[in-house]
Ligand binder design. Structure first.
Ligand SMILES: Cc1ncc(COP(=O)(O)O)c(C=O)c1O
Length: 442
């Protein structure tokens, strides 16, 4: 496979690196995990991206989740254009905010919702609210779950994680130890670790936060009953259960990750966080939950939270248009296209002799380059990242833009039609052979 020439992207990357750290505005875009030149995208339509060199790619990133309907969906574009023509931000309440809040309350167990501009802001605010509501300070999270770059959540398990009882250490320079010393980091899917943490610290725990289905270490489904167990553990301890649905919300199913287990098992999170799909490709996110908890939020209650662009009329219009178009047919289509692609990926990798595991939850899935099932971050970390890098570049050269990291979900949209899916299927066998030929591919 000959590498696709990308001189214009390379030139832009050089210019970008001169004026922006690493040349990008969010680290994973820089291709550090796979090497090479990130493609600078000029335009996108449906399932396809076009880069500044004119190369076309089937998009399996979908803006890291938001583009459920594909790019430049005509009805979303029409709604957004009409909204832009009315002005872009007023700093006053608006009708689309109310309508989007009603849509979210209608689809999920939350009773009230507050809009913010990013998933990071949503989880940060949910944690402040949980602490304000409970009057407690400790937060429990899981290794491998990403909740945005909130100081207290950019935390790694301390060296005593084997005993499950040590508070976290900063996960990045610039995060003070004082920000993570109230965070407990536990292994995912590990009930014993959760029990031990609650047994020792229960009365101090304000909240446990988890991704409804972890997607930020690749897709790692909760073992049956795990989310229900977390909800019950929190309730027994008087702590709040925060389900982070920034990635899964309105994507894994029409009711997000909660639609996979909560509906059936009959539990509800105390707080939920949303982002990505609900903004329709614009910066919008939200947190919401029980009315008695949400009413502690300013101006109804004393817990302060605010935002100049929160509930922005363009972003909420785009989100509302997207959610209104997100019908059962959309989820069925994404689900069946995903089943086809993940089946073909497994077949191609097996034929090439590359160890792999495909894991899915609802319409979300990812391909792990490791030989055994992944139930937590330690398992995900056994991946052969060199094999993934070779696979990624062969796919890119065949016109498929995968996430440039082995630790990510592959995202599809309702615009991934037969031609787009076939392009992916045609690319897989060669990419699997490239993975097999990489230094550690076997
Ligand atoms: C589960 C989850 N929570 C929070 C965030 C942070 O969202 P944002 O990047 O909008 O700050 C992300 C981002 O990928 C996410 O996947």
């Amino acid at each position: 496979m000959t590498p696709t020439p990308a001189p214009a992207s390379a030139a832009l990357f050089d210019r970008a690196r001169a004026v922006t750290p690493g040349g990008v505005n969010s680290p994973v875009r820089a291709f550090n995990a796979v090497g090479g030149t990130p493609r600078f995208i000029r335009s996108a339509q449906g399932a396809w991206l076009t880069d500044v060199d004119g190369n076309e790619y089937v998009d399996l990133i979908c803006s890291w989740g938001p583009m459920l309907l594909g790019h430049a969906h005509p009805e979303v574009m029409a709604a957004v254009s009409a909204a832009v023509a009315r002005g872009t931000s007023y700093g006053t309440p608006t009708e689309p905010e109310v309508e989007l809040a009603e849509e979210i309350v209608g689809r999920t167990p939350v009773e009230a919702v507050r809009f913010v501009s990013s998933g990071t802001e949503a989880t940060m605010s949910a944690i402040r609210l949980a602490r304000g509501f409970t009057g407690r300070d400790v937060i429990v999270k899981f290794a491998g779950c990403y909740h945005g770059h909130v100081d207290s959540l950019l935390a790694s398990a301390g060296s005593g994680v084997a005993t499950h009882q040590e508070f976290a250490v900063p996960g990045s320079p610039g995060v003070p130890a004082s920000s993570t010393e109230l965070t407990l980091v536990l292994p995912y899917n590990d009930r014993a670790a959760v029990k031990a943490a609650f047994a020792e610290h229960g009365p101090r725990i304000a909240a446990l936060i988890t991704e409804a289905v972890p997607g930020n270490m690749g897709v790692v489904p909760p073992e049956p009953g795990f989310n229900e167990f977390l909800a019950l553990s929190c309730r027994e301890a008087g702590a709040l259960f925060i389900s982070d649905e920034v990635m899964t919300g309105f994507r894994a199913t029409s009711q997000g990750g909660w639609g996979l287990d909560g509906v059936e098992e009959g539990w509800t999170p105390d707080l939920m966080t949303f982002g990505k799909v609900m903004g329709g490709g614009f910066p919008a996110a939200a947190f919401g939950g029980r009315r008695d908890v949400m009413s502690r939020l300013s101006p109804e209650g004393p817990v302060y939270q605010a935002g100049t662009l929160s509930g922005n009329p363009i972003a909420t219009t785009a989100g509302l248009a997207t959610l209104r178009l997100a019908t059962d047919e959309v989820y069925d289509h994404i689900g069946s296209a995903g089943t086809t692609i993940r089946g073909a990926a497994a077949e191609a990798l097996a034929a090439a002799g590359v160890p792999h595991v495909v894991q899915a939850a609802g319409t979300m899935f990812s391909v792990f380059f490791t030989g055994s099932p992944v139930r937590d971050f330690a398992d995900a970390a056994t991946q052969d990242t060199a094999a993934y890098a070779a696979f990624f570049h062969a796919m890119l050269d065949a016109g498929v833009y995968l996430p440039p990291s082995a630790y990510e979900a592959w995202f599809l949209s309702s615009a991934h039609d037969d031609r787009a899916v076939q392009t992916v299927l045609d690319a897989l066998p060669g990419a699997a052979r490239a993975a097999a030929a990489s230094p550690e591919g076997r």
